[in-house]
Design a protein around this ligand. Structure first.
Ligand code: SF4
Length: 302
């Protein structure tokens, strides 16, 4: 592994490159990245960079978002097979039909959607700013998709009427985290705080002390009085929690909450993408222009 790391260092030193990694990436990928964060932080960092090349260690919709924000830069993805199954659940026709039924509603989409859906949205949001974005919309009725659990969280947290499309969208990784798992872990760690992601099922959200995004978890756990925490999200995030909240202890509510797509990137693939400068993430120009408006609206309101 040391030789691969050395090769990556040599390759990145010869190029104006920014390596971004999501909080769910493998520890060794997080450690070599220039910046590690949640979807919102990665989008903002991608929007602000001067680098000519962005290597995105995350899933397809995240790399697409970076490409949409940087039409004149090269956005590379180490493994193009890193496809988020949740983002695949929403189709442009679903949105068009719902918009026809509710002409006064605005379309606010979770960032976990593909560019052709974002092109039809008034705005996008991430789990870290979803409630703020819902309240910032002009309309009292919001068409939201694709995650039903985040949608139910928004129904509780905001004053707006939320119409969710498609009928049932979810993250298969967060659906591994069950209320029974949490009950078992609470018995083992009765003093632990419980922090979960809004993609978890509502029963798990209702049992938590705090529901927030991955980066929100870091802020919360740093400040909270508890010394140990039960964490309801993809297990890769425990690496960052442990390194940023020194002295505190973290346990996954479910060890099976692993996103295979996020784990597709490796140091070897990172080395290869830096060497070949491909595969490049491409978004059709007219789609990218429309989607950019929705993404930039989120960035300006956050
Ligand atoms: S954790 Fe869930 S939402 Fe995130 S990339 Fe994996 S499948 Fe998609």
């Amino acid at each position: 592994m040391e030789r691969v790391k050395e090769r990556i260092e040599n390759l990145r030193n010869g190029k104006n490159v920014l390596i971004l990694a999501h909080n769910y990436q493998r520890p060794e990928v997080q450690e070599i990245a220039d910046f590690v964060g949640d979807s919102f932080e990665l989008a903002r960092t991608a929007a602000e960079t001067d680098a000519e090349i962005i290597v995105f260690c995350g899933v397809d919709f995240m790399a697409e978002t970076a490409a949409i924000l940087n039409p004149n830069k090269k956005v590379l993805i180490p493994d193009p097979g890193a496809i988020c199954p949740m983002a695949q659940l929403l189709f442009p026709d679903d949105l068009k039909k719902e918009k026809k039924k509710n002409p006064d509603a605005e379309v606010l989409l979770y960032v976990n959607t593909l560019a052709d859906c974002k092109a039809l949205a008034d705005c996008v949001c991430t789990s870290s700013n979803a409630s703020v974005m819902v309240e910032a919309m002009d309309s009292e009725t919001i068409i939201f998709g694709p995650d039903h659990n985040l949608s139910r969280y928004l129904e509780k947290q905001t004053s707006k009427q939320i119409i969710t499309v498609p009928e049932y969208g979810l993250c298969p990784t967060h659906h591994q985290i069950l209320d029974d798992d949490l009950l078992t872990m609470k018995i083992k760690h009765p003093e632990a705080g419980v922090v979960v992601h809004p993609e978890c099922v509502i029963e798990v959200q209702d049992m938590a002390d705090h529901v927030t995004s991955t980066s929100g978890m870091i802020e919360y756990c740093k400040e909270a009085k508890e010394e140990e925490f039960l964490i309801g999200t993809e297990v890769g995030h425990l690496h960052r929690l442990k390194s940023e909240c020194k002295g505190k202890r973290f346990y996954p509510i479910s060890e099976t909450a692993v996103c295979p797509q996020m784990k597709m990137h490796s140091l070897k693939k990172l080395e290869r993408v830096l060497e070949l400068e491909k595969p490049v993430v491409v978004v059709q120009k007219d789609v990218a222009e429309k989607a950019r408006r929705a993404i930039e609206r989120m960035l300006s309101l956050s």
